[in-house]
Write a protein that binds this ligand. Structure first.
Ligand code: HEC
Length: 119
């Protein structure tokens, strides 16, 4: 159900007040380099694009991925078109690595810095 993921995302956002570091122990620390490999091995890139930028089959999920708790919840029990990934297929540590990879992606330049978008 769409509401459940929205609720999970909202509570994850509330749990992470702006400017504050994520709560210690909330997520295993991820290895972005390994996450990059897993993103390809597990086929995430096929729908979300190699940089998580989104594509025809899936939305943008980087460079600012949703909070780890909501991220894991969605991958385990998606509510829409996405196939579920159980912990047998992708472990929690591997998801932490993928999350770290998405979080490590460079931010897009600010719209103000793009002349064509400021005419
Ligand atoms: C077959 C295509 C497909 C594959 C493969 C896939 N996804 Fe998705 N994903 C989607 C679609 C489509 C959505 C949008 C919601 C929906 O319809 O389920 C989505 C949504 C998500 C969301 C929620 C985004 C949000 O802001 O609500 C996350 C997180 C996510 N995917 C992560 C992953 C990860 C990590 C992998 C690899 C382990 C992966 N996806 C593999 C299609 C895919």
């Amino acid at each position: 159900m769409r509401f459940s993921i929205l609720f999970a995302m909202a509570s994850a956002l509330l749990a992470q007040a702006p400017g504050s570091a994520p709560k210690a122990g909330a997520a295993p620390s991820g290895n972005a380099q390994n996450g990059k490999k897993l993103f390809v091995r597990d086929g995430c890139y096929q729908c979300h694009g190699l940089q998580g930028q989104g594509g025809a089959a899936g939305p943008r999920i980087g460079p600012r991925p949703i909070a780890f708790a909501a991220f894991t919840m969605y991958v385990r029990q998606p509510s829409g078109q996405m196939p579920p990934y159980t912990s047998k297929v992708v472990s929690d540590q591997e998801l932490a690595d993928i999350h770290a990879f998405l979080a490590s992606l460079p931010q897009p330049p600010p719209v103000k810095s793009i002349p064509a978008l400021n005419q």
